[in-house]
Write a new protein. Sequence first.
Length: 203
Amino acid sequence: MQHDLLFKLAIGLVLAIFAISTGSAPTNPAGAQSVKAMNLDPEGFVHIADDGIARSYSANGAVIDFAPLSNAQLLKMVKNLPSSLEADKEHLNELFANVSGFAVKDHEQIFNPPTQLRPAIDPDNTNWREDTSVNEAHEVKKSLENSDTMLIKNGDMPAACQGKHCRKNANCANIGCPGDSCYHLHRYFVRTCHDLSFRMPPK
């Protein structure tokens, strides 16, 4: 009982320090049960780090929520990467071969990850489009309304939303993919719209 009390006090101290240092406290200190349940900032994005943790970032760069991904989920994610990252699949399969986000218990690492677990920032900001055209949004909407093209071949996500570049979560909603997150993984610059909740296997 005393051990549990000390643990809770330690977690509280870590979160208090985090809030002071970032100016933003996490909205869900215990973490989400799934990626789909994570709190998202429309002006923020989701990053899948090398430790298997999906972190929801606010616009000011603070981690506001997280969800651990199992090894099966990570490998499934790599399998379903957009074609722009096809050449990197072998490397990512090796990277995540023995990784599970459920092994991470350190809240300091989760909410204040070291540099190697943080998203890479494109210094020129040339790989992310801030907004998409009206024509593209119309094309996506039309495609989503067509049941024959609703899902990609493996049935994991709407084909019209796969691989659309974005800078923030709101960009994905703006083209008609409101269930999608703007995410990137590892240390890649490019962010794309993707619904990470589609048919994820259990942990």
